[in-house]
Design a protein around this ligand. Structure first.
Ligand SMILES: Cc1cc2nc3c(=O)[nH]c(=O)nc-3n(C[C@H](O)[C@H](O)[C@H](O)COP(=O)(O)OP(=O)(O)OC[C@H]3O[C@@H](n4cnc5c(N)ncnc54)[C@H](O)[C@@H]3O)c2cc1C
Ligand SMILES: NC(=O)c1ccc[n+]([C@@H]2O[C@H](COP(=O)([O-])OP(=O)(O)OC[C@H]3O[C@@H](n4cnc5c(N)ncnc54)[C@H](O)[C@@H]3O)[C@@H](O)[C@H]2O)c1
Length: 473
């Protein structure tokens, strides 16, 4: 452990989710004295309540559905899904919600780890459960988010589940209502539906997965309905009550009943609790901490708060683990005096791990038009490709490209490997690979990423070309 000078550490990291933990490990490993503080589990939302358990659930759900495709492609297959198997993998994958390994990793690198609630008292000082600490170089705020509860009459008095509860479920309910059809709602609803739970997905907005292209929302609503779910968008939920036999939601004046209720209606950054007023930031109407492209915190006058950085979900530049770690790397370079680019969000990839996976990067068509670009669009259904044809059942998906002139602004790839196909679109958008260069490449046959070639030829309204005549007719 590095000994701090006086009572001051070099760096204090508040919040040890993917962003804070990564920064604390790297900075301590580089020889700085680091105080690493978390009020709950070192590791944060992703490994215990987010990415890891939800992807383990999706893996189980995908295996079930792939087995159900067997009759058309490989004969009979008797599938008897058992949630206990998933629950066991989740308990293992989350280390039984125990952060000893993360804490020890930090300590081995020389950090001092404290479990406690921190509050800023100035740019380079914090209190942890009332005890003051100061940092000679920097405080890093990486306090992340917690599940938000929408202001629905009666909801707060009911035992509804959030992502933090549902990941611990060992016995499935018969019926479940889900409020919110963003990535969390869609992933978890589909996982449960594929294990036989009768799920009703309720979305207030016009469409599910509203941050994605409209074609994606329509396709995914169709897939989820074929999974046996009831999918309703544009609904108003006015009241929730709970009795022994379950929940009753008043939805557009009618009752929806369910044994369990999952609320997946967005995230809360909890800014009033972290002491931002001590550095001139009023949190009343603010959702995220304002930062410049080096993640330095700006106060209400737009001035840089010297010695204070923020990163991860709390800055709202993309609520993803990979964004939190990317931002942490930008901050680490500055604190270690290393060269490197400022943060750039023009090619942030995102993947919703439903089946099919929904991958996207850069601008959607609507965002590109709003930004004033002269937009060209190419959309291809993956069923209209050789790989889609060969795959057979389960070949739901599409590739959509958004370009202006010879420049790719964004792309979406939905399919059994939509998140993997996204890699080439991310490279293209990030590196500014011209559309003409992408068109001149050779695409392996018959691949899912080969559909990108078809979408490139569809750009600008040209009829999409198959990669070969359908071998199955
Ligand atoms: C169900 C679900 C599935 C997800 N799936 C994915 C996925 O597949 N891929 C992906 O990229 N992202 C996914 N995410 C998002 C991802 O989990 C977050 O973007 C990521 O965890 C954010 O990291 P962070 O470092 O900002 O903070 P967080 O992970 O939110 O951690 C913040 C930490 O700060 C601590 N803290 C807060 N306030 C204080 C305080 N005052 N004092 C001390 N400690 C404090 C908290 O206890 C917490 O440990 C998912 C999220 C959820 C909920
Ligand atoms: N695979 C991934 O990378 C992944 C998976 C899960 C979550 N995440 C991250 O976590 C973030 C949060 O996910 P999320 O799904 O909670 O948030 P979200 O904001 O994307 O979706 C929440 C949905 O709830 C709806 N909603 C809000 N209030 C409602 C109400 N009263 N009734 C009905 N619907 C209501 C909203 O209209 C919205 O569509 C995402 O933005 C994403 O960045 C990522």
């Amino acid at each position: 452990m590095r000994t701090p000078v006086g009572d001051a550490y070099d760096v204090i990291v508040v919040g040890l989710g993917p962003g804070g933990e990564f920064a604390a490990n790297k900075l301590a490993g580089a020889g700085l004295s680091v105080l690493a503080v978390d009020k709950h589990l070192a590791g944060g939302e992703c490994p215990y309540y987010g990415c890891v358990p939800s992807k383990l659930m999706m893996r189980g759900a995908t295996a079930v559905v792939e087995a159900r495709h067997a009759p058309g492609v490989s004969g009979e297959c008797d599938v008897r899904p058992d949630w206990k198997a998933v629950a066991r993998r989740v308990a293992r994958g989350t280390h039984g919600w125990d952060d000893t390994a993360s804490v020890e990793r930090l300590q081995e690198r020389g950090a001092t780890v404290l479990h406690g609630e921190a509050r800023l008292t100035g740019a380079r000082s914090v209190e942890v459960d009332g005890t003051p600490y100061s940092a000679s170089r920097a405080v890093l705020l990486a306090t992340g988010t917690s599940p938000a509860a929408p202001p629905i009459d009666g909801l707060a008095d009911t035992p509804f589940w959030t992502n933090r509860d549902i990941v611990k479920v060992t016995d499935l309910p018969r019926t479940m209502a889900v409020v919110g059809a963003g990535p969390i709602g869609c992933e978890l609803a589909q996982a449960f539906a594929r294990f036989g739970v009768d799920v009703t997905l309720l979305e207030a907005g016009e469409r599910i997965l509203a941050k994605e292209e409209p074609e994606v929302s329509a396709l995914m609503a169709d897939v989820l309905r074929r999974d046996g779910m009831t999918v309703r968008s544009g609904v108003g939920i006015s009241r929730v009550t709970h009795r022994d036999d379950g929940f009753v939601l008043t939805v557009d004046g009618e009752e929806v009943r369910a044994e369990r209720l999952l609320v997946a209606a967005g995230r809360d950054t909890g800014l009033p609790a972290i002491g931002l007023e001590s550095v001139g930031i009023d949190t009343e109407d603010r959702t995220f901490v304002d930062v410049d492209d080096h993640l330095r915190v700006r106060d209400d006058d737009g001035a840089t708060v010297e010695g204070l950085w923020a990163l991860g979900d709390v800055v709202g530049k993309g609520l993803f683990t990979h964004v939190a770690k990317y931002q942490a790397a930008v901050v680490i370079r500055q604190l270690l005096g290393e060269e490197g680019p400022a943060a750039d969000y023009s090619a942030v990839p995102r993947v919703t791990f439903t089946y099919p996976e929904v991958g996207a990067v850069g601008l959607t068509e609507a965002q590109a038009r709003e930004a004033g670009h002269d937009v060209r669009v190419g959309v291809v259904d993956i069923k209209d490709s050789s790989r889609g044809d060969l795959h057979g059942e389960g070949n739901d998906g599409l590739v959509k490209l958004v370009a202006t002139g010879d420049r790719l602004l964004g792309g979406t790839s939905v399919g059994p490997m939509g998140g993997e196909v996204l890699a080439m679109l991310t490279t293209a958008v990030h590196a500014g690979v011209p559309v003409s260069v992408l068109k001149s490449m050779i695409y392996a046959y018959p691949t899912w990423h080969g559909v990108v070639r078809q979408a490139l030829s569809a750009l600008g309204g040209t009829a999409p070309q198959r990669d070969a005549p359908s071998p199955l007719g």
